[in-house]
Design a protein around this ligand. Structure first.
Ligand code: GN1
Ligand code: MG
Length: 362
């Protein structure tokens, strides 16, 4: 038994199957899986029942776990009722219409079907995979085009609000951690010099030509399940941050996480750059699905998405560094600083790339 998962949680989720009489789970084993920076995820293997995926919700990040669960349930019901042609993982209940379990320590847990045929790819290995991932997240958003986005809670208020992230960054500049402040200074200067991206975000947020959409907000290849049998996409996963948002968020994160030559933990800054074939595969794939949904203004500003999201992620990492690593899990002291520098390097590469390939800047 994994010591981090109380037995009562396993008991709860194995004690009920909707519409079926109770039957024993038999021996259960728990193994930690995944590499998310936020929640803890486990595979629960059951001798006599279906295996399932169990997650402890990080309530430091998600202050209202019931809102997270409301959103997941709402989206799941909508996909079933409205014949949206997309699949999302089936939510496991522990009692009739109850899927959010609070244990006696006060921790919140929820479970999903374990998709045995599914596997996730940590890093895109070729542009085809990047395209398939982009299409998945675009179909996901498009499936909810007719849904009233106000039905969803903002599970993390201001999550991709660049104005708010900039404000947090601005406050963190007053950090009392003087050594960190000194080390970060040249980078923070560079980020301040690019505050035009914050102003652009403010414009986007103030015009009706940029409507709120159902946005996943963590669009990356490791949040897509591929089939071991066919190699094709099964579904997107990790819907905790799915909430109303702007058109920039998902394509921006896809570019950030897949068009880069190395991920956000890479410190070989010299060789970090935007890869043309991946950038094209992502943007063409995403656009091909969302073109019919996008407004004229969204189409015109589509190439801003990567710039705004990478800029925001650089701000988030450096803010966390200046605050003493209170948000992101880190593996060494300067980890958040290096991640911020990585993102800033990527931002500069994307600026040069867009100018050269598309004569685009913003
Ligand atoms: C967090 O835990 P993970 O990797 O799914 C973060 C994202 C960041 C990402 C950076 C809720 O996601 O916004 O882009 O780290 N999620 C939250 O690696 O803050
Ligand atoms: Mg995530």
């Amino acid at each position: 038994m994994n010591p981090n998962v109380p037995q009562e949680v396993i008991d709860a989720f194995t004690s009920y199957t909707p519409g079926l009489p109770y039957f024993e789970a038999g021996t259960t084993t728990v193994a930690a899986i995944g590499d998310g920076l936020i929640n803890n995820t486990y595979k629960v293997t059951c001798e006599l029942q279906s295996n399932f995926l169990l997650q402890k919700i990080n309530t430091e990040v998600f202050k209202h776990p019931e809102q997270v669960q409301h959103n997941c349930t709402y989206l799941s019901t909508y996909t079933e009722m409205e014949f949206t042609n997309i699949r999302i993982p089936y939510i496991k209940e522990f009692a009739k219409e109850q899927s959010l379990y609070q244990d006696s320590n006060g921790d919140y847990w929820r479970a999903f079907e374990f998709i045995e045929d599914g596997y996730s790819i940590p890093i895109a290995e070729n542009p085809q995979q990047a395209r398939a991932t982009a299409i998945t997240f675009a179909k996901f958003s498009a499936a909810f085009d007719d849904m009233n986005v106000e039905q969803l809670f903002e599970t993390i208020p201001n999550f991709h609000n660049l104005n708010y992230r900039y404000q947090q960054f601005d406050e963190a500049l007053q950090s009392k951690l003087l050594e960190r402040k000194a080390k970060a200074q040249p980078l923070t200067e560079d980020l301040i010099n690019r505050n035009r991206y914050k102003k652009l975000y403010d414009e986007i947020a103030s015009y009706a030509a940029f409507p709120k959409r159902v946005v996943h907000h963590d669009a990356k290849i490791s949040n897509v399940l591929f089939s071991k049998k066919t190699g094709k996409v099964i579904c997107p996963v990790d819907l905790d941050t799915t909430m109303p948002g702007y058109f920039i968020s998902d394509p921006g994160d896809l570019i950030r996480s897949m068009a880069c030559s190395a991920d956000e933990n890479c410190i070989d800054f010299e060789n970090l750059h935007i890869r043309k074939d991946y950038y094209q595969a992502i943007t063409e794939g995403y656009f091909s699905v969302m073109e019919k949904s996008f407004t004229t203004a969204e189409k015109k500003y589509f190439h801003c998405s990567g710039l705004l999201i990478i800029y925001m992620q650089a701000l988030r990492f450096i803010t966390d560094y200046l605050k003493g690593d209170i948000y992101y899990k880190t593996k060494y002291t300067e980890h958040n600083f290096d991640r911020a520098l990585n993102q800033f390097t990527l931002l500069k590469s994307l600026e040069t790339f867009l100018k050269k390939e598309y004569n685009f800047s913003c």
